[in-house]
Ligand binder design. Structure first.
Ligand code: SF4
Length: 248
């Protein structure tokens, strides 16, 4: 929603919104996020991964013209690219924006395409965080599909959280568990990412995602064998900073 008045400081707005929507369910939080003046201009950031179709469907039902930012790292599975095109078309999403690192940046920092092996944090910064930061410049808030159950680092995740100095992150599914996701997908007859049936409960870039065995943590296939669990780069005041921050 366009804003008429300057927005309050981001931490103040996050606290206000968390108090305001504390007892609301996911759909209500999303609905309000799309029109509450406290949020300003809002986009959904989606990986079109294993669980993404839930929020994509909610957005399609409530406000299909909402900008959807899809980060194509140029390292994604072919199945993800096919799924992205199909889901966007079938759900009637009207403003899906594919964002990528520029050719010059890739040539300068990852000429051989092997940066993910040498320095995965730098690779995520180059291929995900930097293009996302550029794409988010026109927005005051972005919606993510992150959930508390996904990782210990997300255990206290709120519906609204500050993201840098000026922007909010909105996590409408923060309190959902795996069964909530599965039920929503089943009840709404939504298509699953084809790799889920092949043992990938969490799907990122092809070189950094492997199948997960029964009983393993669902995110065990992400950066398997490395200490890295999250994107590892976030932005403070427009500058990339290394730290234990979540991916998208
Ligand atoms: S997930 Fe892997 S390939 Fe994708 S951007 Fe990060 S390090 Fe690079």
């Amino acid at each position: 929603m366009p804003r008429d008045l300057p927005l309050a400081p981001v931490s103040e707005r996050a606290a206000t919104l968390n108090a305001r929507y504390r007892h609301h369910a996911a759909v209500a939080v999303l609905e309000h996020a799309l029109r509450d003046p406290e949020l300003g201009r809002v986009a959904l950031v989606s990986s079109f991964g294993a669980e993404s179709v839930v929020l994509l469907h909610m957005i399609a039902v409530k406000a299909p013209a909402t900008p959807v930012l899809f980060i194509d790292t140029r390292m994604l599975f072919a199945e993800t690219l096919d799924y992205q095109a199909r889901v966007a078309r079938d759900l009637g999403l009207r403003d899906v924006r594919t964002i990528r690192a520029g050719a010059a940046a890739l040539a300068a920092h990852d000429l051989d395409g092997m940066l993910h092996q040498r320095d995965p944090d730098a690779c995520c910064a180059l291929r995900k965080s930097a293009p996302l930061e550029v794409a988010l410049k026109g927005f005051d808030a972005w919606i993510t599909g992150r959930k508390r159950f996904q990782a210990g680092s997300r255990a206290a995740l709120d519906f609204f959280e500050p993201n840098g100095a000026h922007r909010l992150k909105v996590n409408p599914l923060a309190h959902w568990d795996r069964d909530d996701v599965a039920d929503y997908i089943t009840n709404n007859r939504l298509p699953r990412h084809p790799l889920v049936a092949r043992g990938y409960p969490s799907i990122g870039c092809a070189p950094c995602t492997s199948p997960v065995a029964p009983g393993e943590d669902p995110r065990a296939g992400r950066w398997r064998g490395q200490a890295k669990q999250e994107c590892g780069i976030h932005f403070i005041g427009g500058r990339a900073v290394r730290g234990p921050k979540e991916d998208t």
